[in-house]
Ligand binder design. Structure first.
Ligand SMILES: [Zn+2]
Length: 349
């Protein structure tokens, strides 16, 4: 799988940290000398890692992580954590929040039984235009096309050359093409995705979305059994690349869709893609004015606090048990914060 230099470096640090017992030691240190509030980000949970969809965390690994957390942390629903932070209420030393993005069916099939077993509350962010629909998310359409095309390579106008020779090439090409598509304004992107269907000459089976994405019945059952649902737009565009009307629609409609189905208020939001360039002050104001009490990003270094309720950082979880323990121990976000502090003071100087 494609990895950036930074990811490779982090993996080496994690390996070394665990060999030296650093993650366990740091976790104990944090237990005495501070608090540890972590929001974990999951997408897919499957027994088997192969296939065209976003690589999942394995069901066994997910169970190990939930077992660990249920022993070491107080686990709160996201909106409870936001409430506690906003009101400055006492938090246990170690608090964790479990979140899932997009609304994949494996959340119901594989994660939900484990969440029930360990009594873990979780928040699932739904892309509501796809729940119970036959259609794949736009990024999964691209994954399916590249995974199944008979082409060996392609030159895409304005995007570059891509090779599909081996499984490794296909995974790299998926990563590269998705990164490029994320940067395209929404309408143009949707149009280009449909063009790709012709270019790759692959039939996407009708109804494939139903096998991959949650149904409203599954959402309802989960909601009645300790799982919260938050808004994650209607079609998963990057909200800094949509018109202001579209942005408002994507946010408000996804909230309304869930509230109507579950008859419960929705007060949490998740920015599609969630990096620092995928949200801004206008978006935060819109969320605050429309009944959302917090929003999550995909930035691991941001520590959840009262000051950043609308840009809460989350930790990645797809790696090994070792990397999970490393991230959960708090040392990654602490180290990033210290580095950022020094960077900022160097800039100011
Ligand atoms: Zn998403």
């Amino acid at each position: 799988m494609y990895m950036t230099q930074k990811q490779k470096m982090i993996n080496q640090i994690i390996y070394a940290a665990n060999r030296l017992g650093f993650s366990d030691a740091y976790s104990i240190f944090k237990g005495y000398c501070g608090s540890q509030v972590v929001i974990l980000m999951y997408h897919r949970v499957e027994p088997d890692k192969n296939g065209w969809l976003l690589p999942p965390i394995s069901t066994t690994e997910f169970e190990s992580q939930m077992r660990y957390l249920s022993k070491t942390h107080k686990i709160l629903p996201l909106n409870k954590l936001a409430e506690y932070l906003r009101e400055g209420r006492y938090l246990d030393k170690k608090v964790a929040v479990v979140t899932f993005d997009d609304g994949y069916k494996d959340n119901y099939n594989n994660a939900f039984p484990i969440l029930k077993k360990y009594d873990v509350p979780a928040t699932v962010f739904l892309v509501t235009g796809h729940i119970g629909s036959e259609n794949l998310f736009w990024f999964d359409k691209i994954r399916y096309l590249i995974w199944n095309t008979k082409l060996k390579k392609i030159e895409l106008d304005g995007f570059g050359d891509f090779s599909f020779d081996s499984k490794f090439d296909r995974l790299n090409s998926i990563f590269m093409i998705l990164e490029k598509f994320k940067k395209i304004p929404n309408e143009k992107k949707n149009h280009l995705v449909e063009e790709l269907v012709n270019i790759f000459d692959v039939d996407i089976p009708r109804g494939l979305g139903k096998d991959v994405i949650l149904s409203w019945d599954e959402v309802k059952e989960m909601s009645e059994n300790g799982i919260d649902f938050g808004a994650h737009t209607v079609t998963h565009p990057i909200l800094t690349r949509t018109s202001s009307d579209q942005t408002r629609f994507e946010i408000m409609q996804s909230k309304k869709d869930i509230e109507k189905r579950l008859d419960k208020p929705v007060d949490t939001f998740c920015y599609p893609n969630g990096t620092s360039s995928d949200f801004n002050k206008n978006l935060i104001d819109l969320l605050r004015e429309n009944g959302f009490t917090c929003a999550v990003t995909t930035i691991p270094a941001l520590r959840p606090s009262k000051m950043n309720l609308y840009k809460l950082g989350r930790l990645p979880t797809a790696g090994s048990y070792e990397s999970f323990k490393f991230f959960v121990s708090g040392c990654y976000s602490d180290a990033s914060n210290i580095l950022n502090h020094f960077r900022r003071s160097n800039v100011q100087n």
